[in-house]
Each structure stands twice: as C-alpha cells, then as structure tokens.
Design a protein around this ligand. Structure first.
Ligand code: DHB
Length: 301
C-alpha cells in the first residue's frame, strides 16, 4: 500500500494536492466543496486589508494551452472574510492567502488569518499585475525578507511565500524567504501575458495584461521548482499547469513536497483531485515509491 500523505515542513496533509489560490475559494461553501472533492487543502483567494471590487470585465480570456486573467484581486477584505473562514475551517485545512503593500499590511493580515483558523498563511508575493502589490513587492529580495520576517514574528502557523516566475533572480528571492525564517515557498504564480483582438486592435483584458495559467505554464513551473530545490533547504509546494497525475509527479520529482491545482479545476472539473490521486497511487505502486516523500526530488539523483 502506498501513502498519498504529504508533509510540508511540520504540516501534514492527507492528500498531496491543494486548490491553488484564486479558483473555487472565494467563499466558505466553495472551499468546502473542494475539500469534499479530494483536495488535501484549499488556499483561499488572496485577501487584503480593505474590500476590493477588482478590475472591470473582460478580466479573463482563454488562450492556446491556458488562460490569461487579470481579476484585480477582488475580495471582501479581511474583516468580512472571517464569515467564509467560519464555514470552511471546520471541514479541513484552509491556507489563508493574503496580499499587501509591505510588512505592516502582511503582519496584520496574517494575524487575522491565524485567528480565523487558517492552518498556514500563504503570502501573495507574485500577482503579476497589481500596482503596488504582488510581484512588485515580491521581486525585491530585501522587501521579501522584511515581509516574511514581519509575518514570522506575528504568527505561529507556518508561513509560505508564493513566488513569481517573472524574474531572473528567483533563487535569490527563495533564499530571502528562507533567510527570514519562511517555512516553504510556493512556486509558481502566473506568467505576465497579454491577448490582443486583431479586429478591435486592442488588448482584450480591461487591464491590458494579466497572468497566464494552465498547461502552457507547466514546464516553466517544473524548471523553477527544480532550480529552487538546488538552492533551498525549506520545502517547496509546486504549482503551475498541473492537470494530470504525470504533471504532479513531474513537480514532485523536481523537488516539490506537495502541489496545487488552479486552472485544471475549471478545465477538468473538481473531480481532477480524485483522478490525480488515483493515477499517482497506481504509478507509485508500479514504480515502487511508498510515499510522496520517496518520490520527492527523484529527478535530481
Ligand atoms: C490575480 C492574482 C494573481 O495572483 C494571479 O496570479 C492572477 C490574477 C488577480 O486577482 O487578478
């Protein structure tokens, strides 16, 4: 019998796949539904200090091998989000994703997420298109260090930092998270992208550019996880374009301890977790891997 349990530092999950931030995780009931579908945890939509309406439509567009979105971090603000957490937390592990402009915002938000019962806090240091937030703070190693240190001093739950692929200094950013005491990195967020309508001669998204997710992102994410594994000692959670058990296995063999699924919840449906879990189990039995950690980093050896 193989075990699908995943261990990310001190935190254990019954199943290795989590719902990535931004999909089916804006409300308590949608988070519960995803836990019921075989997700080991759900990462909430990123929440900020104040309510935020997000960008005007169109904010989402399908493209070859994926989708491009610029939702604009819509969320009800951290105070109201408590109501969603009250519904979801009794049903399983909820990772609270937060975004802010600097250490003080992140410290306050992380404290609230801990109070609401989040098992872990995930710092969005990587949204590719939010003025003053996301990758604008997450591509400066000194700022990343200051944010992670501030959050670590404020909460006792694990602190994960979600990183952007839109940089050539990803290893430096990973090291900044580790040096500040971060418990894990989550790699990767979306790639900055644009879709243009030839008929209208304009970018389609109201924000002009957004983040590319889905299948097209997978090799970029696998490479990022592989690189990070060579420089970091803290665990890595892999995310980006996973829709099959093979994709998940690639991330684990690159060095991930667990994985997250975003776009494939839309393209394959919420059953994707059970399908991937069954596929992984069969593969592990056939190839003699007793556990996810047996497989972790196998591509490096
Ligand atoms: C949004 C946030 C992200 O972190 C991302 O990768 C893509 C979109 C958003 O809310 O717009």
């Amino acid at each position: 019998m193989v075990s699908l349990k995943a261990k990310v530092g001190a935190m254990t999950f019954d199943k290795p796949g989590m719902v990535a931030s931004g999909i089916m995780d804006e409300t308590g009931p949608s988070m519960v539904r995803m836990l019921d579908c075989g997700a080991g945890a759900v990462v909430s939509k990123s929440v900020g200090l104040e309510p935020n309406a997000g960008h005007a439509n169109p904010c989402f567009m399908e493209t070859e091998g994926g989708m491009v979105n610029a939702m604009g971090l819509p969320n009800p603000g951290i105070e109201l989000f408590e109501e969603e957490m009250k519904v979801a937390v009794p049903h399983g592990r909820i990772v609270g994703s937060i975004y802010g402009a600097g250490p003080d915002d992140f410290r306050t938000l992380a404290g609230k997420m801990e109070d609401y019962g989040a098992c872990t806090v995930e710092l969005n240091l990587s949204c590719p298109h939010a003025k003053g937030y996301g990758m604008e703070v997450g591509t400066d190693p000194a700022m990343v260090k200051a944010i992670v240190s501030a959050v670590k001093s404020a909460v006792s739950i694990p602190v994960w930092a979600k990183l952007t692929p839109n940089t050539h200094i990803l290893p430096d950013i990973g090291r900044a998270v580790q040096d500040a005491g971060g418990d894990a990195v989550v790699a990767i967020n979306t790639l900055k992208a644009m879709v243009i309508s030839p008929e209208f001669a304009r970018p389609i998204l109201s924000n002009k550019f957004g983040g590319l997710s889905g299948k097209a992102l997978k090799p970029v994410g696998v490479r990022a996880v592989y690189d990070l594994r060579t420089v970091l000692d803290i665990p890595i959670v892999g995310v980006g374009g996973i829709s099959t058990w093979k994709d998940a296995a690639e991330y684990i063999m690159a060095g991930a301890s667990a994985f997250q699924i975003g776009s494939a919840v839309l393209t394959e449906g919420p059953g994707v977790f059970d399908t991937i879990n069954c596929g992984l189990e069969r593969f592990m039995e056939e190839y003699g891997y007793g556990s996810i950690s047996d497989m972790e980093g196998a591509a490096h050896e």
